[in-house]
Design a protein around this ligand. Structure first.
Ligand code: HEM
Length: 524
């Protein structure tokens, strides 16, 4: 009898223990995490207020897309952190004048300190952006086409034609297109900003040290996001070291500091006017009086609500434009070249279309090229499948709270949206992983409404007050450069397949290998 009572009380105790554990588990923050494919992702998700995005793992955002397929449009990482894949939610979060501020845990990168990228408040960032946005409008970019965009494009294609490449056995040249497009983008953005390029296109074989340094930085991007204080402290400590020491032992830092100095000197030169333009390694050429991106910011009008920026802030914005515009533009160009060459039918259709232009299309402008349906389709697909910034873009739910997909979301919740996830929502994009320029072309079985619907779901430049200010510049460069490249050269892939083009999320996508192409002047 005693044994039976013992057994019963043990069973009872076990039952109580089981329910106690279950209860503790249910009220503990671990509870929502069981819905995740494994504890790895969950384990550190609450650290520093972000998802632990395991960005060294190639499949992170792909896992996220899979979770949405399994669990619906809202996936929780933590009670106060969630990921949404719903167009209405996106448009609510990323609208003009949004009250969903950028997450202060995420937008902390010390390399971008003083720039408006790290300003979380929409109002403060908008006031600052407003001074520069007129120079990025469609009209402004069109006006700059001949004087600021084309000279860099001409230089790029001329280099491809004559220099910097190894001649292979069959007489064609092998070009590292991953590096080439990034050198092009960095020089193009800098030229657009100050009418003077950075000079990286001149690096032999496009192997510019600064572009390699940017790679080094991209590879460490999870650190400033998850360990902002530690990374910030390390960064500040490095800034205090003597320059020779940084140059000797920390090349990526040294090169980044060099470009930051170039930006600072160029801003100083603009501030000091003509006298300043003549001095300094980064001095602008005398006599080039066209307006620059910083004209309004250098002469702010208080009555219009313009903030007065310090030289550090202006230089930080100049540096921001350069880094924000380099990898993104180059990734889209790389995606365009790779996918076009990988699919012979797409390549042939593009070549046929470009042959309708004046010889070698050297004088065709952006407006004309944009009207070429197939080229335009290639540009759109390249942007869709290079994603711009594929990861989380976290924002904070405002005091009024929010409603996503019928669910009430409390204030203070951190909500993330991934462009990668949206662009691979199969219910919106059929065969989402396939490169299909024709999906953007109005045809017999694909009407204008269907294309307009895709536009609504196309998020490469994000939306609203914090969307990409460089969108028009990027579109112009993509149309102009791709037309020139495919019209002037015969190209084929060289030892580059899908495996080399696989990527991981380092804020921007970083491919496993480089895109290399054989290139020779086209005869027709
Ligand atoms: C294919 C090219 C490009 C793509 C796909 C792209 C995409 C994006 C995206 C998605 C964002 C939002 C990021 C976020 O919310 O954290 C962004 C922001 C930004 N982009 Fe771009 N971008 C491109 C080119 C450029 C160029 C050429 C420039 C400059 C000349 C530029 C400057 C910026 C800046 C300054 C921001 C920060 C905006 C802010 O914080 O308010 N981008 N871009």
């Amino acid at each position: 009898m005693a044994q039976f009572t013992d057994l019963l009380s043990t069973a009872f105790l076990l039952l109580v223990l089981y329910h106690a554990i279950k209860y503790i588990y249910r009220i503990s923050p671990l509870h929502p995490l069981v819905r995740f494919p494994g504890p790895r992702l969950a384990a550190m998700s609450n650290l520093y207020g972000g998802w632990f995005d395991l960005s060294w793992r190639r499949s992170y955002v792909k896992e996220l897309a899979g979770m949405h397929e399994r669990y619906g449009p809202i996936v929780r990482a933590w009670p106060n952190q969630l990921h949404v894949r719903d167009l209405d939610a996106y448009n609510q979060i990323f609208r003009v004048g949004t009250e969903f501020i950028k997450s202060p845990h995420f937008y902390t990168n010390p390399v971008l300190t003083h720039s408006f990228f790290n300003i979380t408040s929409t109002r403060a960032a908008t006031a600052r952006r407003a001074m520069m946005m007129p120079f990025f409008s469609r009209d402004a970019v069109r006006r700059a086409e001949k004087t600021l965009l084309n000279p860099i494009i001409d230089k790029f294609v001329d280099i491809l034609a004559v220099q910097h490449a190894n001649i292979s056995d069959d007489g064609s040249r092998v070009v590292d297109m991953t590096m080439a497009t990034r050198c092009f983008a960095a020089d193009s953005v800098m030229n657009f900003e100050y009418q003077k390029p950075l000079g990286v296109l001149d690096a032999p074989g496009f192997q510019a040290a600064f572009i390699h340094a940017m790679d080094g930085f991209s590879a460490t991007q999870q650190w400033p996001i998850y360990f902002p204080k530690t990374f910030g402290a390390i960064f500040r400590a490095i800034e205090m070291l003597p320059r020779w020491m940084v140059e000797r032992f920390m090349q990526p830092f040294a090169l980044t500091q060099w470009v930051q100095r170039v930006c600072f000197e160029r801003i100083a030169a603009l501030q000091e006017g003509e006298a300043g333009l003549e001095k300094g390694e980064a001095g602008l050429e005398k006599g080039k009086g066209a307006p620059t991106v910083f004209d309004i910011a250098l002469n702010p009008k208080m009555e219009k609500g313009h903030p007065r920026l310090t030289r550090e802030e202006l230089a930080a914005d100049a540096f921001l434009f350069m880094v924000a515009g380099t990898d993104t533009t180059a990734d889209a160009l790389t995606a365009a070249v790779f996918n076009t060459l990988y699919n012979p039918e797409i390549h042939a259709r593009l070549r046929d279309e470009l042959r309708t232009l004046r010889p070698k299309c050297d004088s065709s402008g952006w407006a004309e090229l944009e009207r070429l349906p197939y080229l335009h389709g290639i540009v759109k697909e390249s942007l869709r499948l290079s994603y711009g910034v594929p990861g989380r873009l976290p924002r904070v739910v405002p005091d009024a709270g929010a409603v996503f997909c019928g669910q009430k979301i409390p204030p203070g919740t951190q909500v993330s949206c991934s462009i990668f996830v949206y662009h691979h929502n199969e219910s919106a994009w059929q065969d989402s992983f396939m490169f299909k320029p024709e999906r953007w072309i109005v045809s017999e079985n694909h009407n204008a409404e269907a294309v307009a619907e895709l536009e609504k779901r196309f998020l490469s430049f994000s939306r609203g007050s914090r969307s990409c200010p460089g969108m028009n510049l990027a579109y112009a460069n993509l149309h102009l450069l791709l037309a020139r490249l495919f019209r002037r050269f015969d190209m084929e892939l060289f030892e580059t397949g899908k495996e080399e083009m696989e990527w991981k999320d380092s804020f921007v996508p970083m491919t496993r290998g480089h895109l290399r192409v054989k290139i020779r002047e086209a005869e027709d």
